[in-house]
Write a protein that binds this ligand. Structure first.
Ligand code: SAM
Ligand code: DTB
Ligand code: SF4
Length: 333
């Protein structure tokens, strides 16, 4: 049964189960609702890098921190489409374009992103974007261009949010998610483990996600990538069992959601990643780069997939909203 009336106490009870019992329960839910042999393979591309006015304490792209990231304005459309084609040829079925913007502005760069979305959509891949905050009408424009999903993370609990970001609020984040949902775009929203949050904060983030009007289509769980020059550069490395616990709890709360083992895989062994898949993760970012940091390459992941008997999932497996079906019919005409 899919529920979005979870209570904090219920979530805490699940989260605090003995680890192997938790993984067993999550694996059972996963088998009941999903094909456990399939993993969604998404490729990320940073289409506009660095120089961001926000102060997210983890982020290499915030202009105010002195990191090694090279600032780059919006990439040419042709270059983006060429990269998307290569990702498709390597087995990706979802292509996600990220921009280091605080919010979308109605300008020529946004029009160019709309063109990129149309181009990737025509290749038959699910298109996803993460472009910061947006308005209702901007969400409509993205939907009309064929956008399938929008990534906008809550990152942590409402209570801890202000310790990590001061230039926007949790409600700003939730409002954007509302606009995305209203436009019929699949919501992709998750968080980061390792920001210095407590177990209680992790539980409260999962409470927020699992009690949204509809569960997000996908929930990325990132391990903090510690970036030199950011306020969190000296945080301790994330414990693999914290990732496993987070993924397993997310799987039990949101049985049909794609739970994505996101940033941090370069520091995980195959056995550790296998545990995450066992606990219910069924999506990864592939390709040798996330937005600005390294990620295992396609070849390394293909070898892991054949070792573990996993296969890449086809595109458009998630339940499509009526609106997105009408929209794709329009595109086909
Ligand atoms: N600027 C847009 C925004 O913040 O919504 C989109 C791009 S932003 C880089 C996308 C997400 O990447 C963030 O919400 C955050 O969860 C994740 N992220 C950024 N830096 C990270 C890091 N060092 N480690 C793990 N995740 C990170
Ligand atoms: C998400 O949750 N993780 C991705 C994607 N959504 C956009 C980004 C991870 C970024 C890690 C740091 C970097 O490569 O810049
Ligand atoms: Fe900007 Fe997004 Fe990085 Fe925050 S996470 S500094 S909004 S690019």
């Amino acid at each position: 049964m899919i529920r979005n009336n979870w209570t904090k106490e219920e979530i805490q009870e699940i989260y605090e189960l003995p680890l192997l019992e938790l993984v067993y329960r999550a694996a059972t839910v996963h088998r009941e609702y999903n094909n456990t042999a399939e993993v969604q393979v998404c490729t990320l591309l940073s289409v506009k890098t660095g120089g961001c006015p926000e102060d997210c304490a983890y982020c290499p792209q915030a202009a105010r921190y002195h990191t090694d990231v090279k600032v780059h304005s919006l990439l040419p459309t042709g270059e983006v489409l060429e990269y998307a084609r290569k990702a498709k040829d390597a087995g990706s079925t979802r292509f996600c374009m990220g921009a280091a913007w605080r919010e979308i502005r109605d300008n020529r760069d946004f029009d160019r992103v709309l063109d990129m979305i149309k181009g990737v959509n025509e290749m038959g891949m699910e298109v996803c974007c993460t472009l910061g905050m947006l308005t209702e009408s901007q969400a409509e424009k993205l939907a009309d261009a064929g956008l399938y999903a929008y990534n906008h993370n809550l990152d942590t609990s409402p209570e801890y949010y202000g310790e990590i970001i001061s230039t926007r609020t949790y409600s700003d984040r939730l409002n954007t998610l509302g606009h995305v949902r209203k436009a019929g775009i699949s919501v992709c929203s998750g968080g980061i483990v390792g920001l210095g949050e407590t177990h209680g904060d992790r539980i409260k983030m999962l409470l927020t996600l699992s009690t949204l009007p509809q569960h997000p289509g996908s929930v990325p769980i990132n391990a903090l990538v510690r970036i030199k020059g950011t306020p969190l550069e000296n945080n301790p490395k994330v414990d693999i069992w914290d990732m496993v616990r987070m993924i397993a709890t997310a799987r039990i709360l949101m049985p049909k959601t794609m739970v994505r083992l996101s940033a941090g895989r370069t520091e995980m062994s195959i056995s550790e990643q296998a545990f995450c898949f066992m606990a219910g993760a069924n999506s990864i970012f592939a390709g040798d780069k996330l937005l600005t940091t390294p990620n295992p390459g396609f070849e390394e992941d293909n070898a892991m997939f054949s070792l573990l008997g996993l296969k890449p999932m086809e595109a458009f497996k998630e339940g499509k909203s009526k609106k997105s079906i009408i929209r794709s019919e329009k595109v086909l005409k």
